[in-house]
Design a binder for this molecule. Sequence first.
Ligand SMILES: CC(C)(COP(=O)(O)OP(=O)(O)OC[C@H]1O[C@@H](n2cnc3c(N)ncnc32)[C@H](O)[C@@H]1OP(=O)(O)O)[C@@H](O)C(=O)NCCC(=O)NCCS
Length: 363
Amino acid sequence: MIQPGLKGIIATETSISHVDGEKGQLIYRGYNASYLAEHYSFEEVAFLLWEGYIPNEQELNSLKRKMSGYRTIPTYIEKILLTLPHDMDLMSVLRTVVSSLSSPTFYLREPKEQAIQITAMLPTVIGYRKNQLEDTSMPEIPEEVDFVDYYLRVLTGRKPNNYHKKALETYFILTMDHGLNASTFAARVTTSTESDLVSAVTSAIGTMKGPLHGGAPTGVIQLLDDVMEDGNTDDVIRTKLKNGEKLMGFGHRVYRTIDPRAEVLKHRLKQLAGKDAWLDLAINVEQKAIQLLNEWKPGRRLYTNVEFYAAAIMKAIDMEPAYFTPTFTASRVVGWTAHCLEQSMNNTIFRPQSKYIGPPVQV
Ligand SMILES: CC(C)(COP(=O)(O)OP(=O)(O)OC[C@H]1O[C@@H](n2cnc3c(N)ncnc32)[C@H](O)[C@@H]1OP(=O)(O)O)[C@@H](O)C(=O)NCCC(=O)NCCS
């Protein structure tokens, strides 16, 4: 029997994360991701995914020191960045840069160390590119700032306020991993051939780039902009559905109830923003969209997914849409690399079958 998109197929075992679609729970190594997002930092949760437990103070400080040390990009990568066309999209830039890390020196490090280095470097690459396109210089950033603080500083050139930091950290933690999603699967497939970590992350970035996966927040902004411009939520949504368009930020392959990440983000955004016109619009569109989607596909429960409120959070912190998917990438890289490490510990090459439906044999 064919299962298009491998829907419902269990293709591997993992102890990294679990998505319970019926209960609406996302679990990282035995902890509820919503709980982790409330009580722990980016670095602590990254450590948990890579190592399997929450670090003690010493381990946490050691990870922070390493990440800070790995932020700087090698000179040859700066040169690559300078030669890339200005109109190349940022996900393609990230894919190209990560791919170019494949030097013998890089591979001298243990895979876990490589995972930390790739994760630590991505914000610098994103910031470098932004400054390059805007003809500004990279801001001076103190070594000791943590990952999220650093990320906001490279993008804005300013010390972030705590609200923005907390909003982004919540988003980062909630999106760090998510079971065997398309990009993680791509990373594991690449690792399963005994290829290297850089190749696996390169495959994953290429997969993440698609609008049905990491590109959705940009589509959400488009949807909200369309509603803002037209003024009639009902009309905009009905027209999109009639034209066969997908409503970005809704529906999920696994969740059959509200995406718990969307709930936490919505809650966080309400705490942070207070009365915010953008949030009001998002809530209004969400309610209408759910109602119309469920009228349109009765029996198939479609709910808001993480991307919907992720877009609202990114808008609240004044991030331009071009940076949405790269920002998602900056956190998901932790999950990808954790999965690659796990895959290589107990590996079987992925090699499913296909059913031939081409012309019969001619000769
Ligand atoms: C995420 C997604 C790819 C899951 O796809 P899926 O597993 O095939 O979804 P389902 O099996 O639940 O789809 C059931 C039906 O609802 C439709 N549907 C699902 N999500 C929809 C959406 N957001 N807008 C309109 N229709 C949607 C599907 O086209 C399908 O219709 P069909 O039965 O006529 O083929 C899909 O919901 C989607 O494209 N959403 C928009 C993009 C998005 O927000 N992505 C981020 C995911 S975190």
